[in-house]
Design a protein around this ligand. Structure first.
Ligand SMILES: Cc1cc2nc3c(=O)[nH]c(=O)nc-3n(C[C@H](O)[C@H](O)[C@H](O)COP(=O)(O)OP(=O)(O)OC[C@H]3O[C@@H](n4cnc5c(N)ncnc54)[C@H](O)[C@@H]3O)c2cc1C
Length: 348
């Protein structure tokens, strides 16, 4: 009998998160190495619509579990419900997103079954010893391959690490009539008052300049210290309709406000031009800016992952490159106020 994989779908108010389809990509990679079945579990007070979407888009079985008190994510209820469900039907692999909720319930779930938990996974490979899951600790300076010795194995997948499964890749292959996956609906009447939903706070980036800008210049940890963000601002000033952004660490360091953070836990942007300076290109950042029309990256490391998605790759120290670029531009144009010239000509 093959290995069984359960995917815990993530949704907010009935709208599925993109990571749910990325989890399916991971499940299929596992399935290519170890044949087996895949199905979805979706939990909530009302799962009718997202369950229908999942079954139609993927053709896979969906267990839609209605939990009356679960209108919003509640860690205590999730942990209780999943323990009940996976006791009824055991699985070898349980896949969850590495989101604030997945990070919360996944380790508890593996503990409940005496299994293993590998968090923040970005891919899977086959080795002589079995499946190895890849993650990148220490700001992507290292990669680690991890194996489990006890099962079930609960995995959390970094959002943006894998390409999302698209409906065109449905299991039956091209040129075939697809059927919907079966939906099994059930009601789980459980309660737990140890956690209560306190409300949702809008992201500070909502309504910020990032959403409207044609050009975004972003800085990362490569700027080394807060005062060097001036280089990012200098470069942005060359362009009309521009805004400055940044990676999460420099927001965490309080070098720039969180309203400027680009990425899965910040703003998702799609300007005509995105210039990433001193940003390594972690999936959590890339996920927020990959919709840009044209991407330029400035980085001292020629192997920086950001270069894999950049249209123009500049291997330079940003503190030298940006002033040199601005000076060269000024000389070439021979004008004091270069702002509109460069920007408009690029954006034209
Ligand atoms: C749940 C979760 C959510 C996350 N959400 C986000 C998010 O929304 N947005 C986000 O950005 N991150 C997010 N992260 C963090 C993310 O994983 C990365 O750690 C982060 O994006 C790395 O930021 P960075 O590229 O600025 O830093 P680093 O990875 O440290 O990269 C710095 C880069 O600068 C280069 N560099 C150094 N000096 C120079 C120089 N003088 N000139 C040019 N280049 C130089 C280096 O070669 C390196 O590539 C999240 C992480 C988790 C776990």
């Amino acid at each position: 009998m093959g290995k069984k994989t359960a995917i815990i779908a993530e949704h907010h108010n009935g709208v599925l998160s993109p990571v749910t389809y990325e989890l399916l990509t991971l499940a299929k990679r596992i399935q290519e190495i170890e044949a087996g079945d895949i199905c979805f579990f979706i939990l909530g007070a009302d799962t009718k619509k997202p369950a229908q979407t999942l079954s139609t888009r993927t053709g896979l079985p969906v267990h839609a579990v209605c939990i009356p008190g679960l209108a919003q994510y509640n860690g205590a209820l999730y942990k209780k419900a999943l323990s009940v469900l996976f006791t009824q039907t055991p699985f070898d692999y349980i896949l969850a997103p590495h989101s604030s909720s997945g990070m919360d319930y996944a380790p508890a779930l593996s503990m409940a079954f005496g299994g293993s938990c590998i968090t923040s996974v970005e891919d899977v490979v086959k080795t002589d010893g079995g499946l190895c899951f890849i993650r990148y600790p220490v700001w992507r300076q290292l990669s680690a391959k991890l194996m489990a010795d006890t099962y079930p194995l609960v995995l959390t997948l970094q959002p943006g690490a894998l390409k999302a499964f698209s409906p065109e890749e449905k299991t039956q292959g091209p040129n075939q009539v697809y059927s919907q996956g079966p939906i099994e609906r059930s009601v789980l009447d459980i309660t737990d008052h140890s956690m209560v939903y306190a409300g949702t706070k809008a992201s500070p980036s909502e309504g910020s300049d990032l959403a409207r800008a044609d050009v975004i210049v972003s800085g990362g940890r490569g700027i080394r210290e807060a005062q060097n963000y001036k280089y990012i601002e200098m470069l942005a000033r060359l362009f009309p309709r521009s805004a400055t952004g940044g990676s999460r660490p420099i927001c965490d360091y309080k070098w720039i406000p969180y309203g400027k953070q680009v990425g899965i836990t910040g703003a998702t942007v799609s300007p005509k031009l995105y210039i990433a300076c001193g940003i390594s290109g972690a999936p959590q950042h890339v996920e927020g800016m990959k919709g840009a029309g044209f991407i330029v990256a400035v980085n001292t490391d020629p192997d920086a992952p950001v270069f894999q998605i950049a249209d123009v790759c500049i291997v330079e120290d940003l503190m030298e490159f940006i002033p040199f670029f601005i000076e060269t531009f000024k000389k070439k144009r021979g004008k004091e106020d270069e702002r509109n010239d460069l920007g408009e000509s690029f954006l034209a």
